[in-house]
Every structure is written in structure tokens, then in C-alpha cells.
Ligand binder design. Structure first.
Ligand code: OOG
Ligand code: MG
Length: 260
């Protein structure tokens, strides 16, 4: 209720991540919290992580698929930030006790050759500024009880960011039709979900363009060398200890990890 304490709210979410503990939604205390308020909490959280010595690898987009947007009843996706401590090597292992209640989704990541500054950025401009695309598995781990949240809650919680595995093969984006790239997500050898690049705002480059345009409202831009997650092509699948996860992306290769 009342005036939002941005710093204390960020601290609350930061502690939940460090202590691997589910917490009550922050909108229970701040029912009137707006999307803008939520990004202010996220900014506090991001600066807290930086003060702890963590480095940003790149921003990520979330809720870019029609399925998720419908589920959350939103028209605009959200963004958050991936940090160096979240990156797990391809084929590596994550232990369950590092996390709360993780889920995994398959994504396409962009590596930028040049900076991109909005507003008015198009997918074509993004492709021109892209060095490589790589397959990725994002492990999301909402800090909220039962993975349930409203839009401001999830924005403040850095869009549920937790871990990410990038594939080791880099592919030039120039001659690929990323909207037509088929993607399968498998757990222990069984396909759990599948989709095509078009699930991400019609084309994953549109996701990066939208991100640049959203950041422009804050006077921010995408930087050369940023690695950007464009949002789940597949739905998110719950993980349990012992799972072996892999994604295959047509023309882009594979990416995988184990959870112990
Ligand atoms: C929010 C994060 C969504 C994506 O790719 O859509 C996301 C959530 O669903 O917990 O990363
Ligand atoms: Mg994601």
C-alpha cells in the first residue's frame, strides 16, 4: 500500500534469489504497482547485482510468444537482464539446489555486431546489426510462490531470469529464415514441446527490434557484443533432478544441459 519503496522491494527479490526461497508476490503489498514502477524495481535489482560484482551479458525479452501473452493477458512483451553468473556451459550441469522451481524453454539468441539505438528500429535493421545467432536454453525460476505473478511482479523479478545455456555453434543470420526455423525441446530424449521461430513475434528479429524500441523510452540502447535472448519459441517445461535437456534448432544446431 502507499508509496513504493523500490530499493527495499528489489532487496526482497534479490534475497529470495540468493536464499532460493519462494516469496509472496510484491503486488500483494502494492496492488496499484504499474509497469513503470516495476521497471524501477528491476533497475534497483540490476544495480544491486552489479554492486555484487556481476556483469550483464545482455538483455532478454520475455512473453514474446502469443501463448504466453494470452496467458498473461498482455499486449507488450517484457525485458530483463542476463548476468554472467547465470551462464552455464553447453553440455554442463546445473544442480537443483541452486534453484527454486526451474522451468526450461528453447530460444534463439542474437549476438550484435554493432549497437542498436531506438526508437523506430525494424527487424531488418536488427539483422543488419547482427553478427551471429545461436541456439539457447533459458532456465526461468520465478521467485514467486507457485510461479504465479502479475505483469508488474514478473518485471520487477527480472523476468524470472535464472540460468542460460548457449549453444556452441555460431551461425550468420544473413541467409537464414529465422521465422521458419523448427525447434524441438526434449527432456530425457522425449520431445516435450516444439515450435518455429515465428512463435516469437512473427520473427525473432522483431523481438530484438521491439527491445531496442522499449529501451529507447528509457534512453538506453543495445550494445555491440550484447547476447540477446529473444523469448521462448516453446512453452516452459518444469525440471526435476536427473533431467537431461536438449533443444535442436534447424540449421542452428543443438544445445543441452543436465540437472542434478
Ligand atoms: C517470465 C519470463 C518469460 C520468455 O521467454 O517468455 C520468458 C515467465 O514466464 O516466468 O523468459
Ligand atoms: Mg525466456
Amino acid at each position: 500500500m502507499g508509496v513504493i519503496n523500490y530499493r527495499a522491494t528489489a532487496e526482497f527479490l534479490h534475497r529470495a534469489e540468493i536464499e532460493k526461497r519462494e516469496v509472496t508476490r510484491i503486488t500483494a503489498d502494492y496492488p496499484d504497482m504499474t509497469v513503470e514502477d516495476a521497471y524501477r524495481v528491476q533497475e534497483e535489482l540490476v544495480s544491486m547485482k552489479r554492486q555484487h560484482g556481476h556483469r550483464i551479458v545482455g538483455p532478454k525479452m520475455g512473453l514474446t510468444s502469443q501463448v504466453k501473452m494470452k496467458q498473461m493477458n498482455v499486449e507488450e512483451p517484457i525485458y530483463g537482464y542476463i548476468f554472467d553468473y547465470m551462464v552455464v556451459p553447453d553440455g554442463g550441469t546445473i544442480t537443483m539446489h541452486e534453484l527454486i522451481h526451474p522451468k526450461v524453454e528453447a530460444e534463439i539468441a542474437f549476438i550484435l555486431r554493432t549497437e542498436i539505438e531506438g526508437p523506430g528500429i525494424s527487424g531488418a535493421q536488427v539483422l543488419a546489426a547482427t553478427e551471429y545467432v545461436v541456439p539457447a536454453l533459458e532456465i526461468i525460476d520465478s521467485r514467486y510462490e507457485n510461479f504465479r505473478f502479475t505483469l508488474p511482479d514478473v518485471i520487477a523479478d527480472n523476468a524470472s531470469s535464472s540460468r542460460v545455456v548457449f549453444g556452441s555453434r555460431l551461425t550468420r543470420a544473413d541467409h537464414l529464415e529465422l521465422d521458419l526455423v523448427g525447434v524441438t525441446l526434449s527432456v530425457n530424449g522425449d520431445i516435450k514441446d516444439f515450435g518455429a521461430g515465428a512463435a516469437v513475434l512473427g520473427h525473432p528479429a522483431n523481438s530484438v527490434a521491439m527491445l531496442a524500441n522499449m529501451l529507447a523510452r528509457k534512453g538506453k540502447k543495445l550494445n555491440e557484443g550484447d547476447i540477446i535472448l529473444t523469448g521462448g519459441v516453446t512453452g516452459a517445461v518444469r525440471l526435476v533432478a536427473g533431467d537431461t535437456v536438449s533443444a535442436r534448432l534447424d540449421g542452428l544446431g543443438e544445445v543441452g544441459f543436465k540437472i542434478a
